[in-house]
Design a protein around this ligand. Structure first.
Ligand code: GRF
Length: 207
């Protein structure tokens, strides 16, 4: 088997970040292969986009909980990622918190994108939290995933202005556009092994 860096993508929604990453892979900007795309939502847009691109895409029933996977589902997700021999798990709008066994199976190899400049505004609807708080700068963060929620070491951040006439929707849109720029760059750096972590600090080697 070739030693191409292999990515597994997990998402629950539209999949626009997945599209940005898949387009960057196709354009040769990320030296990697998307090995599998998994979703806990049967009709998620991310699966449609993956199938359009002829990439392996699979729905896995998440089990009885609303915000996490049950044990059986967790096992199936981990097995699918192992079968696809992924080097990196990319969360792209995956709406369930990952727990112990999953985290241990891919320790230090799971990344997520969050629509705020962490550690501000973790959790849901961060763009609305930012607007309600009255911050003048918002943005997005790519980070490693650990046992906390939106809490692991920060790989990259991109800021956007908050405008006086912003609505939650207009700010969300601006943040989303920044995500599509930031996430592929971070995944490319990871695929090129340009990222090192010391404690909470993530360093980018210059290529
Ligand atoms: C993004 O806003 C991301 O920050 C959050 O979930 C959303 C996913 O959007 N984690 P999409 O499915 O990639 O369009």
């Amino acid at each position: 088997m070739s030693n191409t860096f292999r990515i597994g993508v997990l998402g629950s929604g539209k999949g626009s970040n997945f599209v940005a990453i898949a387009d960057a892979v196709a354009a040769g900007k990320i030296p990697a292969e998307i090995a599998v795309v998994l979703s806990d939502v049967e009709d998620a847009g991310i699966l449609v986009h993956a199938r359009e691109r002829k990439l392996p895409a699979q729905f896995i029933a998440p089990g009885k909980f609303r915000t996490k996977l049950d044990e059986d589902a967790e096992r199936v997700f981990v097995a699918a990622l192992h079968n696809a021999k992924v080097d990196l798990v990319v969360l792209a709008g995956f709406m369930r918190v990952l727990k112990g066994d999953f985290l241990r199976a891919f320790e230090g190899r799971i990344v997520n994108i969050h629509p705020s400049l962490l550690p501000c505004f973790p959790g849901l609807q961060s763009w609305k939290q930012a607007l309600d708080h009255g911050v003048k700068v918002a943005g997005c963060t790519v980070h490693f995933v650990d046992a906390g929620v939106d809490a692991g070491p920060i790989i990259g951040q991109q800021a956007v202005p908050v405008l006086d006439n912003d609505t939650p929707e207009s700010l969300h849109q601006r943040i989303h556009a920044a995500e599509h720029d930031l996430y592929p760059k971070c995944v490319a750096a990871l695929a090129r092994k340009e990222i090192s972590v010391v404690g909470r600090r993530v360093m980018w080697k210059k290529s």
